[in-house]
Structure formats: C-alpha cells, structure tokens
Design a protein around this ligand. Structure first.
Ligand SMILES: CC(C)(COP(=O)(O)OP(=O)(O)OC[C@H]1O[C@@H](n2cnc3c(N)ncnc32)[C@H](O)[C@@H]1OP(=O)(O)O)[C@@H](O)C(=O)NCCC(=O)NCCS
Length: 161
C-alpha cells in the first residue's frame, strides 16, 4: 500500500491525538504529563507522522546516561519509549520512517546506540526492528504488567553503521 506522509517533530498541539493513538494501539498508556516531560527533555527525538493532514503515528525516545562495556558500551543511549501507527495507516513504511527520524535525532544528542523493549508475541514489531538492523540482546521475564516477557533489542547508531 502507498500513502503520502511526512515525519516531523511533535508539538504540544499534537498531544491529544498522540494520546489517542497510544490508547488505540498499545496497552502501555501514559499521562499527558509524561508525554510532555519527554517532549520538554528530548524534543528532537519525539516525532509524529502526518498523512493527509492527520497525525497517524508517533515515536518517542529518551536519552539515558549509562556506563557499559562490550559491543554496546558507551555512556549515552537512546531508549525507545513508545511507537505506534493507527491501524488504517499500517504497512506503508510509516513506523520505519519514524524510527529513522528518532535515530537521526539521537545521534545529534550524542547517542551511540538505541535500545527498546518489545513483547515477545509482537511479531510485527520485532520484524520491523529486525528490518532496521536491531538484534535481540536479551529476554526479560514478566517485563509487562500482564506477565508477558520482553525482548530487549538494540542497534548501534548512526543509522549507516
Ligand atoms: C508495529 C507498528 C508500529 C508497525 O508500523 P507500520 O507503519 O505498519 O510499520 P512499517 O510499514 O514501517 O513496516 C516495516 C516492516 O516491518 C515489518 N512489519 C510491520 N508490521 C508487521 C506485521 N504486522 N507483521 C509482520 N511484519 C510486519 C514488515 O517487514 C514491514 O515491511 P513490509 O510492509 O515491506 O513487509 C504498528 O503495527 C503498530 O502501531 N502496532 C501497535 C503498537 C506496537 O506494537 N508498537 C510497538 C511496541 S514495541
């Protein structure tokens, strides 16, 4: 399927629609204050997709300062907090472009890699991340509130590496 869309930075006027997308697509929901605090701290890595004038998807990340060793060692890491695309707009490449948008922003924030958690049953999302070069780093049992396990997936930044 083909659709025309643009990826741009989140702005406060998007909040209501982004919260609606989050509640429509995911069981992990957040308060308006949480979304706004992420925007205030990391505005460049909070992006939305707009298709025919409507916001249909978003991705937001934070930057975490951690010390690490080995392949993914280094101080600054991007952490994907949430990504979702409305059901009618899926399989058009929107999530892929949202992810590329956050990865570019995270490089500008000085991050050397990006990690995320994903439900082990979320075959579509795991496939999306693999296609973007993420590898499964480990599995965390009972990560989600309903007891499901998560894969932690990572990839190095920048995108070209
Ligand atoms: C996961 C999600 C963000 C993908 O959004 P999307 O815009 O449809 O993704 P894209 O179109 O960029 O997909 C890129 C590739 O990912 C893979 N993919 C995406 N959705 C898939 C699915 N349901 N099944 C299998 N592969 C899938 C495919 O390889 C796809 O390429 P293709 O369409 O050429 O085959 C979307 O399905 C969604 O919002 N799901 C609910 C929320 C969610 O699970 N978020 C992730 C939480 S960790």
């Amino acid at each position: 399927m083909q659709t025309t869309f643009i990826i741009r930075r989140f702005k406060p006027a998007d909040l209501k629609q982004v919260m609606k997308i989050n509640r429509t697509c995911l069981p992990e929901n957040y308060s308006s204050g949480f979304f706004m605090s992420i925007f205030q701290r990391f505005p460049e890595s909070f992006v939305v997709a707009e298709a025919t004038g409507a916001t249909v998807g978003y991705a937001m990340c934070r930057v975490e300062n951690r010390f690490g060793f080995g392949l993914f060692g280094g101080a600054k890491k991007g952490h994907l907090i949430s990504i979702a695309v409305l059901p009618d707009s899926r399989r058009c490449g929107i999530a892929s472009e949202l992810m590329k948008g956050v990865m570019t922003a995270l490089v500008d924030y000085g991050c050397g890699d990006l990690f995320l958690e994903v439900r082990v049953s979320n075959v579509g999302a795991v496939q999306l991340y693999k296609k973007l070069g993420f590898l499964v780093d480990r599995r965390i049992r009972h990560y989600y509130a309903d007891g499901e396990a998560a894969y932690v997936m990572r990839r190095k930044l920048p995108l070209e590496s």
